[in-house]
Design a protein around this ligand. Structure first.
Ligand code: PLP
Length: 439
């Protein structure tokens, strides 16, 4: 009997024993193509030689030194590299161990920023429905996935939510995308005014929504309008790029493509590429200065923040992205994958939408393409797709959206940046086989 406490206690999981490029191999020798990078994590595949070597070298040199006593070369170098490529105004990096920790740090920093400036009224956070920001209680409170929130509702911090920018579902008939983007962003202004601008500390959103909606990109103009509204009311803008950042959409930071700089930015997943658990919260010079000129102490922290081995891995990952022009490769493969998916499934009766940016692509499954009506949630279609695809040797990341009654089940594809053209064929073939087997 296993003593591991798995997420799904009834699942009988195979044992992963090795990784080879885009594949994971189990103890029976079965090979799985990692079409979702786990959950958009494994951007360099599973056997990158330089990252492995960087980790070994760092362990031999120094495995751990508590960040309350020391900084370390890998942490300093990784912070320099991230800041050199960060959106305008972003100047500092706070290393943590994953995405939820990055979001927790962001929410607390937003609150402390206002306190340090002598404004103790601002504590309210506004977030969006159909979002995911992590599973710890603060991050879950910000998250807008009702199914994930439901059991823990009594424990959650009061925050409020607006509808996301989701043109496939919410764009009105006859409305242009530009007009829709502005209307969707103006929901934030209405909510700030409803709550009282003097009480609002921050607004948090994912530039490209991952886990809850399946690669839904904010329409052009949306984030710029959001930035303007935040500035107008003194509200900090937190962008959660835990899933969509670190090259996943074809630029190191997703918001670069929207021409917007946040006050606080969360990253994780692709930063360590699965080789080490690492995340980070980045902030603007303005936000940092409020702490520096105030108490001089950010009242937050974790034992493993700035872990030298995790930072060494992150440094090797980001260096590899630039040295091997992997961002250019993401853009090229994105076009190829999107074209292949559209030609294979664009007219599929159950696929309502194929969307995304870079190697971050979602397929929304609907019962009826015309009405966009989702499949009933008790069918748990996403779980069936995951199981059948896995049996066919394809790892994809399916999620039910039907809990809101407003979106369909979806499949998220986020393959490693190192995929070649033949891998695109493999993804499409395995998906086609999977869809054909769905009862
Ligand atoms: N934020 C976003 C946008 C995510 O997609 C996730 C994880 O999927 C998280 C936060 C939480 O990250 P982690 O699972 O590393 O805690």
């Amino acid at each position: 009997m296993s003593h591991v406490f798995p997420r799904h206690t009834k699942a009988n999981l195979p044992t992963a024993v090795s990784g080879e490029g885009c594949y994971i191999i189990d103890s029976n020798g079965k090979r799985y193509f990692d079409g979702s990078g786990g959950a958009a994590v494994s951007c360099l595949g599973h056997s990158d030689q330089t990252v492995r070597q960087a980790i070994k070298d760092q362990v031999d040199e120094l495995a751990f030194a508590h960040s309350g006593f020391f900084t370390s070369d890998p942490a300093e170098k990784l912070a320099d590299l991230l800041i050199a490529h960060a959106p305008e105004g972003i100047e500092r990096v706070y290393f943590v161990s994953g995405g939820s920790e990055a979001v927790e740090a962001a929410l607390k920093l937003a609150r402390q920023y206002h306190l340090e400036r002598g404004d103790d009224k601002r504590s309210h956070i506004i977030a969006r429905w159909q979002s995911y920001h992590g599973n710890t209680l603060g991050a879950l409170s910000a998250g807008g996935n009702r199914w994930r929130r439901k059991p823990f509702e009594p424990l959650l911090v009061p925050m409020t939510h607006i509808d996301p920018c989701y043109a496939y579902r919410y764009q009105a008939q006859g409305e242009s995308l530009e007009d829709y983007a502005i209307r969707a962003a103006d929901l934030l202004e209405a909510e700030i005014l409803r709550v009282g601008p003097e009480k609002v500390a921050a607004f948090i959103c994912e530039p490209v929504v991952g886990a809850t909606m399946g690669a839904v990109t904010a329409e052009p103009g949306y984030l710029k309008r959001i930035r303007k509204i935040c500035d107008q009311y003194g509200v900090l803008l937190i962008l959660d790029e835990v899933m969509c950042g670190m090259g996943r959409t074809g630029s190191l930071f997703a918001c670069d493509q929207d021409g917007v700089s946040p006050d606080i930015l969360c990253i994780a997943k692709g930063l360590g590429a699965g080789y080490q658990p690492i995340g980070a919260m980045l902030c603007s010079g303005k936000v940092y200065k409020a702490i520096e000129d105030g108490s001089g102490f950010f009242q937050h922290g974790h034992t493993y923040m700035g872990h030298p081995v995790a930072c060494a891995a992150g440094l090797a990952v980001i260096t590899a992205m630039f040295e091997r022009n992997l961002l250019g490769k993401v853009q090229k493969r994105s076009l190829q994958l999107m074209t292949a998916l559209t030609s294979a499934f664009g007219q599929h009766p159950y696929i309502g939408d194929i969307r995304g940016r870079g190697l971050f692509i979602g397929l929304e499954l609907v019962r009826d393409r015309e009405s966009k009506h989702p499949f009933p949630s008790d069918l748990a279609l996403h779980a069936k797709v995951k199981k059948i695809a896995f049996a066919n040797g394809l790892i994809c990341y399916p999620m039910s959206g039907t809990i809101d009654g407003q979106s369909g089940d979806h499949i998220l594809l986020a393959p490693p940046f190192i995929i070649e053209e033949e891998h695109i064929g493999e993804i499409v073939d395995k998906l086609a086989k999977t869809f054909a087997m769905i009862p």
